[in-house]
Design a protein around this ligand. Structure first.
Ligand code: ZN
Length: 246
């Protein structure tokens, strides 16, 4: 991993600059992927697509910022990635105006990940288990996501399909999770993915990355593995998030 100079981003609400990490190059050594599709890659850290301003507390999408609101700073030492807490992610969903469908999906994913981060940290011995109030808010969040026709009606979209299945599994709707995953067809996945990745592919949570043939097959292999793993846990009626390993 080669760290780059800090990335300075300007808050669209008050103009305050925030310093974020930026990599010149990274790799996936030591990367962990979880069943909720959260990835921790210590050698390739990623900034949260939604940031909270440290001054005014406003939330904003990095992808919405105009070019002149981002610049390289002088410091090499920024490791800030700006991931939101569960409460912050729920607040961002309320405050960010007119999100597109893609942005709404990102906000949902961030809120789910933030709740599951509480569970992950607890398992790592780094914090308390979720409170009853947080559990109830999570259940309400997931129920709301699964009723949002804008996002989850189209189950041909593989990211929606896997996400919906995992959400159902996490709240104990095991039959629904199994039913959704039964629609996954790995041959169709390859065809769709090859079309999408002819040059660049949109990453699941926003941002772009260039894909090459071997990586395409690797990612498809990952999805096949994820589908099988989530299916197996749903059949065991296990709702806990879990670490995927290959
Ligand atoms: Zn601000």
């Amino acid at each position: 991993m080669i760290p780059g100079k800090e990335l300075l981003v300007k808050c669209p609400h008050c103009g305050e600059e925030k310093s974020l990490s930026q990599m010149l190059s990274g790799n996936n050594i030591g990367a962990e992927q979880w069943s909720d599709l959260r990835e921790f890659a210590p050698m390739c850290p990623q900034n949260s697509p939604v940031q909270k301003c440290p001054k005014c507390g406003g939330y904003y999408f990095l992808s919405r910022l105009p070019k002149d609101s981002k610049r390289n700073g002088e410091e090499f030492s920024s490791f800030e990635q700006g991931w939101l807490s569960f409460e912050e992610a729920l607040q961002a969903m309320k405050e960010i105006e007119s999100p597109t469908e893609e942005e709404m999906l990102t906000l949902y994913i961030l809120a789910v990940w933030a709740y599951n981060d509480i569970v992950r940290c607890c398992r790592w011995g780094e914090g308390e288990a979720p409170t009853e109030s947080q559990k109830n808010e999570f259940l309400a969040l997931v129920t709301g996501i699964l009723q949002d026709k804008r996002i989850l009606q189209n189950m041909k979209d593989i990211k929606n399909m896997i996400f919906a299945a995992e959400l159902n599994r996490e709240i104990g709707n095991f039959e629904e999770a199994i039913s959704i995953l039964s629609q996954y067809n790995s041959e169709e996945d390859l065809i769709e993915y090859e079309v999408l990745t002819s040059t660049k592919v949109r990453r699941w949570w926003g941002g772009y990355t260039t894909k090459y043939g071997s990586e395409k097959r690797y990612k498809k292999g990952c999805r096949e593995y994820i589908v099988k793993a989530i299916l197996a846990k749903a059949q065991e009626k296990d709702s806990d998030i879990f670490l995927l390993s290959q």
